[in-house]
Design a protein around this ligand. Structure first.
Ligand SMILES: [Zn+2]
Length: 153
């Protein structure tokens, strides 16, 4: 994950989630972007763990004011990658995260330069930097658009 936040206490760059590695602060960091990447395969979790982690990430990202999440789940035809992708699709289509996720786009439906891509970039310009490298789409990712309406400025 690129560095997207700075510590609200010591001002150093820090990861979005968990504590500041510099000063140990667990306060919410200051955001430097409205788009983040989350890799669900990190640590090779079981499918249930991956979906649970996703729920945590969505909740935290929403609380921070993040507007879009580029979700990396892999697409292996066998093995955990494929299982996680299927579980993510099921959860999204079952409105499992609909209290915070407004919309979602499977990577294979938004290849760079396509109509879907342009429509998506128009809604969330911050996604351009993440998606422009996928000329033929990317079946291993899903883009989540978080709702921002319930958040007071
Ligand atoms: Zn700090």
């Amino acid at each position: 994950m690129p560095q997207v936040a700075e510590c609200s206490e010591c001002g150093n760059m820090r990861p979005l989630f968990k504590q500041c590695p510099h000063c140990g602060s667990s306060n919410l960091p200051r955001l430097l972007t409205d788009t983040i990447e989350v890799n669900l395969k990190l640590g090779q979790p079981l499918v249930e763990e991956a979906i649970e982690n996703l729920g945590d990430h969505i909740r935290d990202a929403h609380a921070l004011g993040i507007k879009a999440i580029v979700l990396i789940h892999g697409y292996g035809s066998s093995g955990e990658g494929g299982h996680i992708k299927r579980a993510v699709h099921q959860a999204l289509e079952g409105n499992y995260f609909s209290d915070r996720v407004d919309d979602f786009y499977y990577g294979e439906t938004v290849p760079y330069g396509s109509e879907g891509y342009h429509a998506l970039i128009k809604r969330r310009p911050g996604l351009k930097a993440y998606l422009q490298r996928f000329k033929a789409g990317n079946a291993g990712i899903t883009v989540l658009l978080l709702n921002t309406s319930s958040r007071s400025a």
